[in-house]
Design a protein around this ligand. Structure first.
Ligand code: ADP
Ligand code: MG
Length: 548
């Protein structure tokens, strides 16, 4: 057949296949989740295409997924009415690793023993190729939604090559036939398949049918469209796990259901890991946006300010036009209102976490605190709500984290400033000579060692009208010294002072502007302060960071 061609897999793909086939990984069942997820993606894209395109194949076909098995032939087939694949798309998408999870997996594979790797396969979305953990041979027959494209079939045993040939498949979508290995015969059991769908694919947004039954197996609920009271924590967390394929439960979530000024539902989550996209199919930041149950965008970034990009979830609104496009967002009043709602709901969720679960909040802070600092620095609108959420290490609290409120409540009598000290790391900060007099007066000082702290300080100038002051500032007002009685200080003569200053000046030359005596030092011999007209330290640091 001249229309059949045999092509080699890309080297990277061969390597992945090799690992998948030979690994000791036992959770082979995830292949079904991956195939269903691809079918669901194809249906989502079809749904979207149908909004604007009338010229499609089988416009009336139900959007769904059908799974059948044949125990005698030891096969399993999964069919969808999604967007389909053209011949060249088969070559492009099934011959190479497209999946970011698979790429991340291959990165890890380079650094690890393959025996260990088998344990982490499940954490990565390894995509289509995971089918070769259970299959000797796979056939992918498909007809694109595009009427002018002929149907075709892709076949491979998952070894070195695959082939593509002409194939008559009149109806739209993709049908994958999996020739199961002997030890994978369990996947011809319909009940086993139903059980797997419930476990891994319950929230897939299209109906999944098994065998000849017309009853859909997955619950397919848009969980976010229910009443808050009806949504159990288990259901919310389970949805999160299926949605992100994150193995860990989220730190917390919130449910939004409003009618005004915009009708909207949302489920918003704080993940328990910071690098969600490395190991999971959520490849980018952004929320999944539905308008009237149709998926508009999978990674919609304009519903939250930039600094809240770590939030995961779905937003669904009846009011949004289906043809919303990138260009219209800034000018779309409804979207602006929706963004306001989603943002304030998110900040509220973070605030609640800080009040109700302080321990979890510390976990949150360690993962995402930097994002809130970024918000304080960059988002004027949310500033007042974010500042109380900030946490700090301080001289008096070197290991725990305190809020500005706690700092204020522990002030010394008469203390009129909130003190901080910037530094490279905790060690150098606590040994700073600037702290001599602070320690003596028993003042607490916020220790700011994160590069983002400097940015934050550009906006954070005061809290409840009490100014934040750098203790290393030459003019920091550290109040009156409680005259220490037990300290035997010998008065130093003016002559000794003058001599010392001229020796320092001679040694340091033009490296310093001036050498002076100081009453701020107790244990340390010297300290460095900025000259009168130099920019504040946080500004110097920001310049440094930006020039790196
Ligand atoms: P990913 O789903 O992350 O893109 P996969 O390895 O799971 O990666 O799938 C590779 C590609 O194969 C998909 O991006 C898609 O283009 C194509 N594909 C797989 N299954 C289907 C399907 N049922 N319908 C249409 N295209 C599909
Ligand atoms: Mg996939």
């Amino acid at each position: 057949n001249t229309n059949s061609e045999s092509l080699p897999f890309r080297a990277e793909t061969r390597q992945l296949l090799n690992i998948l086939i030979h690994s000791l990984y036992t959770d082979h069942e995830i292949f079904l989740r991956e195939l269903i997820s691809n079918a669901s993606d194809a249906l989502t894209r079809m749904n979207f295409e149908m909004l604007t395109n009338r010229e499609i194949l089988d416009p009336e076909a139900e959007l769904g997924i059908w799974i059948t098995t044949d125990p005698a032939a030891r096969t399993l087939t999964i069919r969808d009415t999604g967007i389909g694949l053209t011949r060249s798309e088969m070559e492009e998408n099934l011959g190479t690793i497209a999946h970011s999870g698979a790429k991340a997996f291959m990165q890890a594979a380079k650094n690890q023993e393959s025996a260990d790797l088998s344990n982490i396969i499940g954490q990565f979305g390894v995509g289509f190729y995971s089918v070769f953990m259970v299959a000797d041979k796979v056939e992918v027959a498909s007809h694109s939604f595009n009427k002018s494209e002929p149907s075709a079939e892709w076949v491979s045993d998952g070894q070195e090559t695959y082939s593509i040939h002409e194939y008559d498949k009149p109806d739209r979508g993709t049908k994958i036939t999996v020739y199961l290995k002997e030890d994978a015969a369990e996947f011809t059991d319909e009940n086993r398949i139903r059980q797997l769908i419930k476990r891994h694919s319950d929230y897939v947004a299209f109906p999944i049918y098994v065998g000849t039954s017309t009853e859909q197996v997955n619950r397919q609920t848009a969980l976010w469209r229910q009443n808050s009271q009806q949504i159990s924590v288990q259901d919310a967390n389970e949805f999160y796990k299926q949605f992100t394929m994150d193995q860990k439960e989220p730190l917390t979530y919130t449910h939004l259901a409003v009618d005004a000024p915009v009708q909207a539902y949302a489920l918003l989550y704080i993940p328990a890991v910071a690098e969600h996209y490395l190991y999971t199919p959520r490849k980018q930041d952004g929320l999944r946006l539905y308008a009237r149950k149709v998926l508009i965008q999978d990674y919609f970034r304009d519903l939250l300010p930039e600094y809240l990009r770590f939030i995961q979830g779905v937003v669904d609104s009846e009011d949004l036009p289906l043809n919303i496009s990138r260009e219209t967002i800034q000018s779309n009043r409804l979207l602006m209102q929706l963004k306001k709602l989603v943002t304030s709901k998110t900040i509220d969720m973070i605030r609640k976490l800080s009040e109700e679960k302080p321990d979890t909040y510390i976990e949150f802070w360690n993962l995402f605190g930097r994002y809130l600092k970024e918000g304080v620095a960059s988002d004027f609108a949310d500033y007042d709500n974010l500042v109380p959420l900030l946490r700090f290490h301080s001289l008096h609290h070197p290991t725990d984290l305190i809020s500005l409120e706690t700092y204020l409540s522990e002030r010394r009598p008469g203390q009129q400033q909130i003190y901080y000290l910037l530094g490279e790391d905790e060690h150098s900060v606590v040994h700073s000579p600037h702290l001599d007099v602070v320690r003596q007066r028993n003042l607490d000082v916020l220790l700011l060692t994160d590069p983002l702290d400097s940015f934050m300080l550009l906006a954070l100038k005061q809290y409840k009208d009490i100014p934040l002051v750098n203790v290393s500032d030459r003019d920091a007002d550290l109040g009156e010294a409680a005259q220490p009685s037990d300290q035997q200080t010998q008065p130093v003569s003016e002559e000794v002072k003058t001599n010392l200053i001229s020796r320092f000046s001679a040694q340091l030359g033009s490296k310093v502007a001036e050498v002076r005596t100081s009453d701020r030092l107790i244990e340390s011999p010297a300290r460095l302060v900025d000259t009168e007209n130099s920019p504040a330290q946080e500004i110097q640091r920001v310049y440094q960071l930006m020039n790196q």
